[in-house]
Design a protein around this ligand. Sequence first.
Ligand SMILES: [Zn+2]
Length: 338
Amino acid sequence: MTQQPDTLTTALDYAARGWRVFPLLPGSKRPATPNHRAADCDQTDPWCRTGHAGWEQRATDRTDWITRAWSSNPASGIGIACGPSRLVVVDLDTHKPGSEIPEPWHRFEITTGEDVLDHLAGVRGGTINPTYTVRTPSGGAHLYYAAPAGGRAFGNTAGKIGWLIDTRAHGGYVAAPPTTIGASAYTVVNDRPPAELPMFLLDLLTRDHQPAARASQDRSPDGSGRPARRNRTAGSGEPVRDQSAYVDRVFDIAIHGDRERRVAGLLDATKGGRNAALYVAAATVGKLVARGLITEHAAVDRLMAAAAGHIAARAYTPYEAESTILSGFRRAATRSAA
Ligand SMILES: [Zn+2]
């Protein structure tokens, strides 16, 4: 094990950088607080006096609060709430051995989010500025970028930029060094102030969902992969992949519903129906996981991103959302096994 500064020292260092932190359960990526669901909030928790407060509201750069939290629980990991910290963190995952690699990445022998990002930067003529970088226990990386000033507030995305690439902003957090999961820790690999978000990433993040017909018009006509300005296929010049198109369609129905078939989606849910809607969406998407069309990790992330609004509305905590999603997956797995 490499020697790392203790959690308290590091949490104070993050606060000095203007980042808002909150403790994670020891050995876990889950927030340590709040310890109760929004629905069960009796407002006796000091944080909840004026209404239930989730991890994003509790994240702080106050040294007295940080000192108290990590002195009493030095084994707690550190979560950084990206939105209040004015960060957009690019989360680069790695391909899980044994799961299928979608085209065009299979053909390029690309199996990591880092390589997908390099490829996207290449075809879009972009540059990945060196920035504060963390290696994750799973071998992925977190690139911390400064959120664009004065612009729109970014939420989380999952796979919007590209395969194995998620982003965390408002409604999202990252586990930060020296948080430890099992035997391995999050470690800093490039300690420098967060760089500006690269333009090509900003462009990819702010593009709107477009109808398929529009996307094909925008494709670079010579198939060279030279970036058309709003190229929906991320500049690869490849035809839309059948399998990922199918996966996207199932997610779309689970999240947005299907008006024709009168199926409600996750986003349609209000008030008391939000948790049930998340469960139903997870059970729908869980079929894809059961069939190996998408990894459980990626599917959880996409649903969590879609549920961000409900989480912000305090219908459930991220931890509760994840539990609900996983039970939806279990149901789907049981059904497809039967
Ligand atoms: Zn509460």
